[in-house]
Design a protein around this ligand. Structure first.
Ligand code: AMP
Length: 494
């Protein structure tokens, strides 16, 4: 099937040609005709399947058909998404597809001032893309009302629930007019998602299920470097210097602090790079992403949370600077390369204390990752001798609980991982790449709530070391202190 065969207006057909699409993807082929008939849709699909165009194009067509006009401080279509990155991305898609129409769009999300967002809503918009918290905030401020809504899209529903947005979603749904067309997308359909869908969709929605594009793992050339943690920076630098063909490189760091450290090493070597993570302002993140997309920087260093949902085409290489301790996250990471039928390369660094993570990844992917060219090690500075202090610094959570593999996250340590928590934005859940229904957190009554992820509550820092590690005396010093205290106690007794 070709796009030209779909009953879409000339202005939309022109935009489709302008963005370079020829054939609809399976989800587009299955969804667009039913949506154009005004049916509700339950879509089980992930990002990367073309689902945005699958809902955006028919909504735009129906908005064009309806002959209604936007009223001040209202919207006609609402797309609800869990993160600002996704919201920005989806609005960009709408803008592209609507570029030859008079349809207006706006995007609202937390973590930034609401002034310009409110200004954009004064005259009303046709398509509003929003994260739940900021939407409710602006509704409460009477900056926007949902009373004139014609189309409601809940995207990434499973992630929404993972991130604790269920109450916000319910509040939004309660404000929607009865007469509306609903679209509900989720990558997985556990019971709670099915129940939520039933409260939003009209009876007998069209169900469209699309498997993610053939698991790209087979198309990805993988290499593994077993390397001491402290030499990973030097190895990454040498590999990038030795391989100019590594043009668009995404480096995954386990922590925000680690991501910053990596960029410092690369910048020193003259390699253009930037980091994106939850501590960076929204503007800095967008700037970094924009520069990476247009290849003004060669390397983008990201934490899993910040990178999730970001759609960058043509990533040539993915580096797992740190191995994730949730194996599904590894699959998600390396899937950033080898997109749209292209090949890609994924290079993973494995420190001795990550061998367990490596085994879990190899078990899940059923691939034994071959080791890379060891001659590169000759270019690295010799390994430094461990001192008791450095040993303590480098031990990952020694003496502290490791992340609970079953839960995929250590909730005590939530604040130390990338929380992506800024302003009114809720923290993202760290249960990445993990099907929602797999293993439930055991001690947790509810997922991450507002405010969590900010306060440092446990003694580990972002790298899994003790927060107070730097100021904490080494073991020998501690022994001396204990001896001195003991001597003082004895002197007191005497
Ligand atoms: P999505 O799943 O909506 O995030 O889309 C993933 C990527 O596929 C985006 O870069 C889209 O621009 C691209 N895309 C969507 N539909 C098509 C299509 N029919 N042909 C080619 N690329 C597409």
């Amino acid at each position: 099937m070709l796009f030209s065969e779909l009953p879409l207006a000339n202005s939309l057909q022109r935009a489709i040609r302008a963005v370079g699409y020829e054939q609809p993807t399976p989800i587009q082929e299955k969804s667009i005709p039913s949506l154009l008939e005004g049916k509700d849709l339950l879509g089980i699909a992930q990002t990367g399947t073309g689902k945005t165009a699958a809902f955006a194009l028919p909504i735009l067509q129906l908005l064009l058909n309806s002959g209604k006009f936007r009223a001040p401080k209202t919207c006609r279509a609402l797309i609800l998404l869990p993160t600002r990155e996704l919201a920005i991305q989806v609005e960009e898609c709408f803008k592209q597809y609507a570029q030859f129409t008079a349809i207006s769009t706006a995007c609202i999300f937390g973590g930034v001032s609401d002034v310009s967002q409110k200004r954009n809503l004064i005259r009303g918009v046709d398509v509003l893309v929003a994260t739940p918290g900021r939407l409710l905030d602006l509704i409460n401020q009477k900056a926007v009302s949902l009373k004139a809504l014609e189309f409601f899209v809940l995207d990434e529903a499973d992630r929404m629930l993972d991130m604790g947005f269920i109450h916000d979603i319910r509040k939004v749904v309660a404000l929607l007019p009865q007469n509306r067309q609903n679209l509900f997308f989720s990558a997985t359909m556990p019971d709670d998602i099915t129940k939520l869908a039933a409260t939003i969709l009209r009876p007998n929605p069209v169900r469209v299920e699309v498997a993610p594009q053939s698991t790209p793992i087979e198309r990805i050339h993988q290499e593994l470097y077993r390397i001491d943690k402290r030499r990973k920076g030097a190895l990454l630098k040498e590999l990038l210097l030795a391989h100019p063909e590594m043009k668009k490189v995404l480096v995954f760091s386990r922590t925000k602090h680690g991501a910053d450290k990596i960029t410092r090493v690369l910048e020193k070597a003259g390699i253009k790079c930037a980091a994106i993570h939850g501590n960076k302002s929204q503007n800095r993140r967008q700037e970094a992403l924009g520069n990476f997309k247009c290849e003004q920087i060669r390397v983008l260093v990201a934490t899993d949370i910040a990178a999730r949902g970001i759609d960058v085409d043509d990533v040539s290489h993915v580096f797992n600077y740190d191995l994730p301790d949730v194996p599904e996250t590894f699959v998600h990471r390396i899937g950033r390369t080898a997109r749209a039928g292209k090949d890609g390369i994924a290079i993973s660094f494995c420190a001795p204390d990550e061998e367990q993570d490596l085994r879990a990844i190899e078990k899940l992917t059923r691939i034994s990752i071959p080791e890379g060219d060891k001659s590169i090690f000759e270019k690295l500075p010799p390994p430094q001798k461990e001192t008791p202090e450095s040993e303590m610094r480098n031990a990952r959570g020694r003496g502290f609980p490791r992340r609970d593999k079953n839960r995929g996250q250590n909730h005590d340590n939530r604040s130390n991982r990338d929380s992506n928590h800024q302003g009114g934005q809720k923290p993202e859940n760290h249960n990445q790449g993990k099907p929602h229904n797999k293993v439930k957190p055991q001690n947790e009554k509810r997922p991450a709530a507002k405010g969590e992820g900010v306060k440092q509550t446990n003694p580990q820092n972002q790298e899994g070391h003790r927060t107070i590690g730097k100021n904490r005396p080494g073991s020998r010093a501690r022994k001396r202190m204990r001896e001195a205290a003991e001597a003082a106690r004895r002197a007191g007794q005497n």
